[in-house]
Design a protein around this ligand. Structure first.
Ligand code: ADP
Length: 594
């Protein structure tokens, strides 16, 4: 009972729980898909980053390695040794030219020779007064000190004279054991950076202090990756490594360390926002540098978000499909229920109809009965006439017979008595008709041999047939047996035969043809005459009660109506037709008796 009272809130609650569960599952799956796609994309990024780092390292090593030999070679040049031993204008000019030629051939930025005190004596760029190193002091430069102390040096810095950045390789020049000067080559690393920038990637190279000095992005250059300690700042000012650059920190924000040594970092983008990158590093120990490669994480996020959205869509699609399936099942169930209900209703209605039909039939029988009673009144007039006539005649005959009997005229008396008997018989026949008409309900059913019923009917009419000199042709097979009541079937035949004889009365040819033949499930009995035939106007009235074309006193119009009813009671039919060569034919169709 409670279930039928509260199905809506219950169903709604179940639906809410289902939706909540679906949302939870979707969220979880989306989160999982996001993390999974993110990890996958990041792994791909890391792999790519590793490869790029390797490539950049070798490009730097190549760029520098190409010139490794130059200071060494210059340090062994006789003219250079001579110049450093005993500086002279002539010697300097010769060395200048030699260095210029060598520098042009090697493709380095500058090639120069510094004396023991750090003064540049000759340089490849001697001819350009604005750029020339000749006469400049480089004793404060670390590469000079390194060469003096260890024999060779390497150093990245911004040129004090030119203001252009470069990588300096130095080598001590010795005469015997004695140091007499330092040979230096300056290498321009700008071209490599230009390649990087063209590639659209984010690369930066930092020195041991964490200062960016090479980068694919110009605005990152000469900036500290992180805040520099004061001591470092002071030392840099002294060596003028990055000349007058202020080394503002990049504002790198360190995130968590990921797998494979990669780190999530943030770099200021436009305004206060940071952009997330995956930062990978590769140390170049021989230079004391570190190459860093930054991969933009936005595409990774987008890819992960795409995966999450796809997952959500997939789940929702599945859910929709499931809902559709459920709804379809529900519809089928409802349809099934509706069909069952319909079938039950049809059964109920059929039963009701059957009952109604029975009631109707009963009512109809009542009506027929009532109709018969109504017809009774109509019949009375004809009946009065029909009975009064023979009665009057009988009375007259009786009176005259009495006279004749008194007179002793026996023969006349016998004749009169025969007449009276005839009249009485006619009245009896009439009353028989009426009795039959008043009968109610079907007669008993038996197997009736058609030939015998016909014989009896003919016997009943024998005198009439003889009187009218009617020729009778009979051809009824002995096995023709129909379902019916023998007496009543005889009555039908009598009616039909008498009508036929009536129709032939006074005709030229008076012949009755009686046949019976199989027709479908039963027998067709034909009673054919050579009489007047049936007028077209009467065709549809023949079987109506009290329809007659005969004179008053001759017919009641009940014969065919009664016969029709009897035949129908036996499950048969009665119909009338005209013969092509004149006369009528009445056809009785009756089911065969088993
Ligand atoms: P009744 O014989 O008392 O007139 P029936 O119902 O037997 O009543 O017949 C009705 C009418 O059908 C007859 O009056 C007659 O006009 C017509 N009829 C019946 N049988 C034949 C027939 N064999 N040939 C022509 N007319 C017929």
């Amino acid at each position: 009972m409670a279930d039928t009272l509260s199905p809506r809130p219950l169903r709604r609650r179940r639906l809410a729980i289902l939706v909540a569960a679906l949302a939870a599952v979707t969220a979880l799956a989306c989160w999982g898909a996001y993390r999974w796609a993110e990890a996958g994309a990041r792994a791909a990024l890391t792999l790519n980053g590793d490869q790029r780092l390797g490539l950049y390292a070798s490009s730097i090593r190549n760029a520098v390695g190409r010139y490794d030999y130059l200071p060494f070679l210059v340090a062994r040049d006789h003219e250079v040794l001579d110049l450093l031993d005993a500086p002279s204008t002539l010697g300097r000019d010769a060395v200048n030219r030699r260095l210029e030629t060598a520098n042009a051939a090697a493709g380095s930025a500058a090639l120069y020779v510094v004396d023991r005190g750090g003064l540049a004596l000759a340089s490849s760029n001697w001819a350009d007064p604005a750029q020339s190193f000749v006469g400049q002091r480089y004793d404060f430069r670390p590469y000079f000190r390194q060469a003096v102390e260890t024999g060779s040096g390497r150093y990245f810095g911004i040129g004090v004279t030119t203001g252009l950045p470069g990588y300096f390789l130095s080598h001590a020049v010795r005469r015997g054991e004695a140091l007499i000067g330092v040979a230096v080559v300056k290498i321009d690393l700008e071209p490599i950076q230009r390649d990087w920038a063209a590639g659209g990637e984010r690369v930066l190279v930092t020195d041991e202090n964490g200062i960016v000095f090479l980068s694919s992005h110009a605005d990152w250059k000469y900036r500290a990756l992180r805040q520099l300690p004061d001591a470092v700042t002071a030392r840099l000012a002294q060596t003028r490594q990055y000349d007058r650059s202020d080394l503002t920190p990049l504002g790198l924000h360190d995130g968590p360390l990921m797998e494979n040594g990669a780190r999530l970092v943030g770099l200021p983008a436009s305004g206060p926002t940071r952009r997330a990158y995956l930062m990978q590093e590769l140390a170049l120990p021989e230079f004391g540098w570190t190459i860093r490669f930054l991969s933009d994480l936005e595409p990774v996020k987008a890819e992960a978000a795409g995966a999450a959205v796809l997952t959500a869509m997939g789940i929702l699609l599945l859910a929709a499909a499931a809902a559709l399936g459920w709804q379809r099942r529900q519809t089928l169930r409802l349809q099934h229920e509706a069909r069952v209900t319909l079938e039950r209703r049809v059964e109920e209605r059929t039963a009701e109809l059957l009952t109604a039909n029975r009631i109707l039939r009963e009512a109809q029988e009542e009506l027929v009965q009532a109709g018969k009673l109504a017809a009774l009144g109509q019949m009375s007039a004809a009946l009065a006439h029909e009975i009064n006539q023979p009665l009057a005649a009988i009375r007259t005959f009786v009176a005259s017979t009495r006279l004749l009997a008194e007179r002793g005229e026996t023969a006349m008396v016998r004749d009169n008595l025969a007449m009276i008997s005839d009249l009485a018989e006619r009245m009896a026949l009439l009353s028989g008709h009426l009795k039959e008409f008043a009968r109610k309900g079907p007669a008993r059913v038996e197997a009736v041999p058609v030939a015998r019923a016909m014989d009896r009917a003919l016997a009943l009419l024998a005198s009439r047939l003889r009187e009218e000199e009617v020729q009778v042709d009979r051809s009824i097979p002995p096995d023709a047996r129909v379902r019916g009541d023998a007496v009543r079937l005889e009555q039908v035949f009598v009616n039909l035969l008498r009508n036929a004889v009536d129709a032939m009365e006074g005709g030229e040819e008076r012949r009755l043809t009686l046949t019976a033949g199989r027709n479908g499930e039963g027998w067709e009995i034909r009673i054919r005459d050579t009489g007047t035939g049936i007028a077209e106007a009467h065709q549809f009235q023949l079987f109506d009660p009290f329809f007659t074309t005969k004179e008053v006193g001759q017919g009641l119009g009940l014969g065919l109506s009664l016969s029709y009813g009897i035949v129908r009671d036996f499950g048969g039919t009665l119909r009338a037709e005209n013969n092509p060569d004149g006369g009528a034919c009445f056809v009785v169709q009756l089911p065969e008796a088993q």
